[in-house]
Design a protein around this ligand. Structure first.
Ligand SMILES: Cc1c2[nH]c(c1CCC(=O)O)Cc1[nH]c(c(CCC(=O)O)c1C)Cc1[nH]c(c(CCC(=O)O)c1C)Cc1[nH]c(c(C)c1CCC(=O)O)C2
Length: 392
């Protein structure tokens, strides 16, 4: 028989941590480099943070996960706060933003689907939407439904984390974009071809738009709620954008990305918004001119020099030359498997390519479980050094 653990790091965190859900009195922000850069101001260097900076590459994260199932960490404010703050503690003074520990799949859960996180396999939805008729199982259209109520635990985690950060850096909120979430909801998990989800786009076009639209409504409301709870900037992850060709991206992804940004901007003016449409290199111009995101995050397959030129040219020809669109990214995460010298060199090249303004340094995708925490430190230090050196 398996004995229950008598004590653990995580138990002591949940028992000892005091939680603070007061949204009226957050500590004063000390490092606003990320926010100033995202708003298009010229800054002393590029701010830096990393997608999945809280995660399994950190031994302190694995220690929490040993005894706590993934979604339990998301749903327990003291634990979500602890893992959000872990990289801030380890890389004190080197990271310019924290991102709330949660997952994009909390929206499908809040719409009534079961989502499990299977160790070594990733997300698994045992009862996915196989046909449009299955949409009747979604709870978001039922009377009295409230996204805010379903996802209140994320709001509590955000508020509590704002206090725990003590104003060191801004806290980012996030959502998964409609097409990416639809892909998980139809496929039941990750996929090599996304054949089932894409079959919906072409076989059940109207139902696909209905589903995307319902997800977009929930997502926008959730993002606004995250800002009310204390998120100081937000990012939208369209992780599977690259599975769509240009015309299909224009029909099934872009309009929903645009709608979410417009809605959040109208309710939360001044809160910087980032879009990461991974793999949608063809859509850079449209993302810049047909949406109101302040920041476009690039994966590592895009050349920063070319990306900057394309965005500026597109703004110009759309008569939007007054607008600044900041670029985020984009070091290939696998460069962190190289030695320190290689990481420094590739990071310096990246900073140079983005230029002396309008850049938020990041990886082109997330940290991976096999990454060395010390190699991430080399990357962060290299950004500070190379990027400051670019300024006059
Ligand atoms: C597609 C996607 C997901 N989740 C997310 C995306 C978009 C970003 C991307 O494109 O990677 C977003 C996400 N997931 C997580 C965060 C937390 C904040 C952070 O970036 O530090 C964020 C922003 C934690 C997480 N989300 C997950 C982990 C690891 C799971 C664990 O602890 O067991 C973490 C730290 C689980 C997850 N969640 C998801 C997958 C595919 C996996 C499995 C990954 C794997 O097994 O390698 C869905």
């Amino acid at each position: 028989m398996q004995m229950p653990p008598t004590s653990s790091v995580a138990d002591s965190i949940t028992e000892n941590a005091s939680v603070n859900f007061d949204t009226a009195s957050f500590p004063t922000l000390q490092n606003d480099l990320y926010l100033r850069t995202a708003r298009g101001e010229k800054t002393e260097r590029a701010p830096v943070w990393c997608m999945r900076q809280a995660g399994r590459y950190l031994p302190e994260f694995r220690a929490i996960r040993v005894e706590n199932e993934f979604f339990k960490v998301c749903r327990t404010p003291a634990l979500a706060t602890e893992v959000t703050v872990q990289p801030m503690r380890r890389y004190a003074g080197l990271l310019d933003a924290a991102i709330i520990f949660s997952d994009i799949l909390v929206i499908p859960q809040a719409m009534g689907l079961e989502v499990q996180m299977v160790p070594g396999k990733g997300p698994h939805l045992p009862d996915p939407l196989r046909t449009p008729a299955d949409m009747a199982r979604l709870v978001d259209a039922r009377p009295g439904y409230s996204v805010d109520r379903e996802l209140d635990y994320v709001y509590k985690a955000i508020t509590n984390t704002r206090h725990a950060l003590q104003g060191q850096v801004p806290l980012l909120g996030f959502i998964g974009a409609p097409w990416t979430l639809m892909a998980y909801m139809v496929e039941g998990g990750g996929s090599k071809t996304f054949a089932l989800a894409k079959a919906w786009l072409f076989g059940h076009r109207q139902a696909a738009h209905e589903l995307l639209s319902r997800i977009a409504n929930a997502a926008a409301e959730f993002l606004i709620g995250q800002v009310r709870a204390g998120a100081q900037a937000v990012q939208v992850f369209e992780s599977w954008a690259g599975e769509l060709g240009p015309a299909d991206f224009a029909e099934f992804s872009l309009p929903y990305l645009a709608k979410i940004a417009a809605r959040v901007k109208s309710q939360c003016p001044g809160v910087p918004m980032t879009v990461f449409a991974k793999g949608a290199h063809y859509a850079l111009e449209q993302l810049a001119t047909e949406t109101v995101y302040d920041v476009i995050s690039l994966d590592w397959t895009l050349d920063p020099v070319a990306a900057r030129q394309r965005v500026d040219a597109a703004l110009q020809s759309a008569g939007q030359q007054g607008r600044t669109v900041v670029l985020q990214g984009n070091l290939d995460p696998t460069v962190l498997f190289g030695d320190a010298e290689t990481i420094r060199q590739r990071t310096a090249e990246m900073c140079r390519a983005f230029g002396p303004a309008g850049h938020i340094a990041n990886l082109g995708h997330g940290m991976m479980p096999g990454h060395s925490p010390e190699h991430l430190r080399v990357f962060l230090e290299a950004v500070h050094e190379s990027s400051s050196a670019l300024r006059p």
